[in-house]
Design a protein around this ligand. Sequence first.
Ligand SMILES: NC(=O)c1ccc[n+]([C@@H]2O[C@H](COP(=O)([O-])OP(=O)(O)OC[C@H]3O[C@@H](n4cnc5c(N)ncnc54)[C@H](OP(=O)(O)O)[C@@H]3O)[C@@H](O)[C@H]2O)c1
Length: 267
Amino acid sequence: MDLGLKDKHVFLTGASGGIGLETAKLFLREGAKVSLHYNSNLSSLEPLLSEFPNRSIAVKADVRSEEEVSASIEQALKKFGPIQILVANHGIWVKETVPIIDMSLEQWETTLKIDLTGVFLYCREALRQAREFNVSELSIVIVGSTAGIFGEAGHSDYASAKSALMYGFLKSLKNEISRISKNGRANVVAPGWVLTPMAEEALEDKSIFSKVLQTIALKKVAKPFDVASAIVFLSSTKVAGHVSGEIFEVTGGMEGRVLYTRKEIEE
Ligand SMILES: NC(=O)c1ccc[n+]([C@@H]2O[C@H](COP(=O)([O-])OP(=O)(O)OC[C@H]3O[C@@H](n4cnc5c(N)ncnc54)[C@H](OP(=O)(O)O)[C@@H]3O)[C@@H](O)[C@H]2O)c1
């Protein structure tokens, strides 16, 4: 199926990570021009940059810096012109399980700054350039998480950032974007567990892995492709042009979480 993505300018944050890299490949294979955002890991982008030298560019920004975010957008606009698709995918998840009672203010603020404020900054830039260049079909896809739906004990910082994105922010954005860009849309893709560097270590722990599978109808975790293909579908005005404000779960039919092991119940 032609997704109508040929020559569209896609700005993809966190392109250097597991889900980002797979998403970048799909967009490039669909003929899009892709600005590949990274923070520290340029090397993971190098194969794509050499395979698609005319349709890809690497742009660096630590999303904690408003200036770096603006500069990365400027660089992308200079190379490929107005942005039609923004995928706000970057994020961190602190591997250690830290209950609220023990969480430092620093951890809380860092996660919110990267996962929530970083997405706000990129969405604001995308809207501003859409207004400036009269982009009529701006499409924004934000990567959320089931943590934002079910919560995640030991990761309240992450769960709170994702909930904020998926509900208050998304529902406001979808009503503002169509005033700025005539057919502008915003949606969220919410993965459950995905085999990427972010989750690999946790999933190597057999007790965590079996607890995870107990919540999933399909009894398996996602591969980056499962999430990337949902992102690409929602981003396309041609095939998803009447979808806005939706949370598209890619979870294998996940239902909440297992809270206690059998042993903990018997104690
Ligand atoms: N993996 C999962 O199980 C899972 C489940 C649900 C939702 N998600 C969500 O999916 C998205 C992608 O995650 P992933 O699994 O692909 O993670 P990942 O492989 O760890 O990639 C994370 C990406 O975020 C970027 N990033 C981190 N801190 C940054 C900062 N301060 N400034 C700018 N960029 C920064 C990283 O850039 P560098 O590497 O270049 O520093 C990298 O590109 C995230 O929003 C995550 O919350 C993942």
